[in-house]
Ligand binder design. Structure first.
Ligand code: NAD
Ligand code: MG
Length: 379
């Protein structure tokens, strides 16, 4: 199977390559992209020999052309889009972080390519335009997010009309044992210390604010066509039950496993085959207790906000996402405190007007405007 890997140097990108590495006669990496981690990309090029690579800046592309005269090299948005559709028989793995993931997903779908999607921002901001494109071009999305891979597996062989609700589990992130008062003075280092998963910095902060869970509810709404009223978050600190589906007869099917993203990645890449995985087995007798708790929307206001914004559709989800991306990046740069992330998001949703009728250009334009609005204030 040919793979076009967008965001190869990130947490999901590298774990995808680990799955690829273990089965070299099955998988071929045709394209790879990264933003600016050029040294890592060079290592990967030498191991996986892609035909086409793309980076963010032209100056880096020029250096790579000199170093690898037999590989085609692109840069910027155009380069990323080309990497998504370079070979029309490949599967795209979108492991880019942020709104930059939307345009290449759209491009891949328009060319009829299936996409294994880690980039949840794609569906948060573009769910409304993606759904009709999938139908029109006969392309499929395979979820890589652990919760969505879990639900996808729980629904296998089931009738969607029999679903009563989706239950999306949440670890609670780095500050799950803190009260809101205790969040006032927390720092970047503590925020990046996720109890169960090692991930990119942006999603780790999104987990601490639980914006990640709000995004995942929007993502599930579009992936599984289930109304927001039938999707519930549930705190589960062990991250063993990755999500559940309750059916109309009250039966609940859950998906369990140790927290290792290579499992949902492999499930999508091998689908419908279950490939053997040489990992540790889940030993429930050893774990003994699993905890579950209702999500307190006052403690985690961004979860409720994301559901409300998801229901509003139009340009509001793009506004929410862009405000979050900018605020998280300002927090990571030490320019704002942790609770200011929420404050800036609420402010942007008040400031920017709704527009119901959306296109890819309108979404990307709103994304740019909101980010400029916040970055201009702090830079
Ligand atoms: P990461 O920061 O580790 O990696 C991001 C990748 O995207 C890198 O290769 C980087 O070079 C590239 N990139 C960054 N900005 C870019 C831009 N503007 N244009 C093009 N490329 C860019 O992130 P990650 O943790 O691997 O997450 C990737 C996506 O997967 C996110 O949407 C995240 O929410 C989702 N996700 C991640 C995990 C996880 O365990 N890491 C789990 C579930 C979902
Ligand atoms: Mg997840």
């Amino acid at each position: 199977m040919k793979i076009q890997l967008l965001g190869a140097t990130g947490s999901i990108g590298l774990q995808t390559l680990d799955v690829v590495r273990k089965d070299p006669s099955r998988f071929f990496v045709v394209t790879m992209t990264c933003y600016k981690n050029i040294d890592k990309l060079c290592e990967l090029i030498e191991e996986f020999h892609p035909k086409y690579i793309s980076v963010n800046e032209e100056k880096d592309a020029l250096k790579l052309i000199e170093k690898y005269p037999n590989i085609e090299v692109g840069f910027g948005t155009q380069g990323l889009m080309k990497a998504a559709v370079y070979d029309l028989e490949a599967m795209v793995v979108n492991a880019v972080v942020g709104s930059a993931g939307l345009a290449p997903t759209v491009e891949a779908i328009k060319h009829g390519l299936n996409v294994a999607l880690a980039n949840k921002e794609t569906l948060v901001i573009g769910g409304e335009i993606i759904k009709p494109l999938l139908l029109k071009h006969g392309a499929k999305l395979f979820p890589l997010d652990s919760e969505h891979s879990a639900i996808f597996q729980c629904l296998k062989g089931e009738e969607y009309k029999d679903v009563h609700k989706l239950i999306i589990t949440a670890s609670g992130g780095s500050f799950r044992d803190y009260s809101r008062a205790e969040l006032k003075n927390v720092g970047v280092k503590e925020a990046l210390n996720h109890p169960n998963w090692t991930m990119g910095s942006k999603i780790t902060i999104d987990s601490a604010t639980m914006m990640n869970k709000g995004f995942e509810i929007i993502e599930a709404h579009y992936l599984f066509d289930v109304p927001y009223e039938q999707i519930e978050p549930l705190l589960h600190k062990e991250s063993i039950v990755h999500s559940m589906v309750e059916f109309k007869d009250t039966s609940v099917i859950a998906h369990l496993g140790l927290p290792d993203m290579r499992i949902p990645i492999a499930y999508a890449l091998y689908y419908p085959i279950r490939a053997p995985f040489k990992g540790e087995s889940l030993n429930l007798a050893k774990i003994k207790t699993l905890h579950f708790e209702e999500v307190d929307f006052d403690r985690y206001p961004l979860v409720r906000l994301a559901i409300e914004v998801g229901m509003k559709k139009g340009l509001m989800p793009a506004t929410l996402n862009a405000a979050n991306e900018a605020a998280v990046s300002l927090f990571l740069e030490g320019k704002i405190g942790f609770l200011k992330i929420e404050e800036l998001i609420f402010e942007c949703l008040e400031h920017f007007p709704q527009e119901k009728d959306i296109t890819l250009d309108k979404i990307l334009n709103r994304d740019k405007m909101v980010k400029e609005y916040l970055f201009d204030r702090y830079n």
